[in-house]
Design a protein around this ligand. Structure first.
Ligand code: NAP
Length: 277
């Protein structure tokens, strides 16, 4: 049976170290979160982030807008936060309402306060193999988890399913920067299982149940990023966990794998930006 890559356990270890670090910081980090609209998942995520920050001695403030907010209002707020010396990290909760150009808002964040690492500056650094101010949270969390369990990356065939700017593209680049041979797949990929069967490390970031046992190589490492509610309302991942656990050498559960690592990385990034400010 596969070893479980325990994101909760590693998150708690990271939090214990972070608390010790923030306790000794003369100026506490301050995370400002912009939340626009009434997406129920976004509201839960933002509340969790705020609670988590407070537990770790990080100041946090949430600025909320209704779903008909104008793009110019959000841009003005981002600029104001950029110029506020007390704010060390800025996060724009995604998705934004449909009429807002998400890219414009994200890219207005000062790179040295861009806690998600999604601005053109920070992603450009990542894609050039240079060090950004911080790495995007979910990909960073995945890499921390692989490293915690001593999983070798160099020379391995990593298959990434999903090509979002948030997860798929940056995690593929981070694996490439660590000398993996990377294949990217998406909704137009043909014969997906022929490709996944060759993966030493399989990362699925889709949001649908697409990975079954006949799609895996023996002893592969499976990282399931997907999180959604199935037909019965139960939280589920992209991978058939029961079946995959019998084939893989390591696997992340959903929940309890990548999710806790995303929040751990957000807190790490917040403290890192404050320490370098
Ligand atoms: P996204 O922007 O919706 O991207 C989904 C990707 O999946 C797209 O690239 C899409 O391809 C691809 N795809 C869709 N159907 C496919 C299929 N049948 N075969 C192969 N590829 C397919 O999503 P995201 O923001 O990256 O998030 C992906 C999942 O991860 C979601 O469930 C999300 O909730 C979850 N997530 C979890 C965390 C966490 O902390 N655990 C963090 C972020 C996201 P095209 O590009 O061709 O459309």
């Amino acid at each position: 049976m596969a070893v479980i890559l325990d994101g909760k356990k590693l998150r708690d270890k990271i939090f214990a170290n972070l608390k010790a670090k923030t306790d000794s910081m003369p100026v506490k980090p301050t995370l400002a979160v912009i939340l626009a609209g009434d997406n129920p998942s976004s509201i839960i995520y933002v509340n969790n982030k705020k609670k988590c920050a407070e537990k770790l001695g990080i100041n946090s403030t949430v600025i909320t807008y209704s779903s008909d907010v104008k793009e110019s209002e959000l841009l003005n707020k981002v600029n104001e936060l950029n110029n506020n010396k007390n704010v060390t990290a800025i996060l724009v909760q995604l998705p934004l309402p449909e009429h807002i150009n998400q890219f414009n808002i994200i890219d207005a964040i000062a790179p040295e306060k861009d806690v998600d690492g999604l601005t053109t500056y920070n992603s450009g650094k990542l894609f050039s193999g240079e060090k950004p101010f911080v790495y995007p949270c979910t990909p960073k969390g995945i890499m921390l988890l692989l490293d915690e369990y001593g999983i070798e990356i160099e020379g391995k065939h990593a298959v990434v399913i999903g090509r979002s700017n948030l997860v798929g593209k940056p995690v593929a680049q981070m694996l490439l920067n660590r000398n993996a041979t990377v294949t990217m797949c998406h909704s137009k990929t043909k014969n997906l299982s022929d490709i996944t069967k060759t993966a030493d490390i399989l990362i699925s970031a889709v949001g649908k149940k697409i990975i079954g046992e006949n799609m895996l190589k023996n002893n592969c490492v499976v990282i399931d990023v997907g999180i959604f509610r199935d037909d019965r309302g139960k939280i589920s991942g992209d991978v058939d966990f029961e079946a995959a656990s019998k084939i893989a050498s390591y696997i992340t559960p959903v929940p309890g794998g990548v999710g806790p690592m995303t929040i751990a990385s957000l807190m790490l990034n917040t403290v890192e930006l404050a320490a370098n400010s």
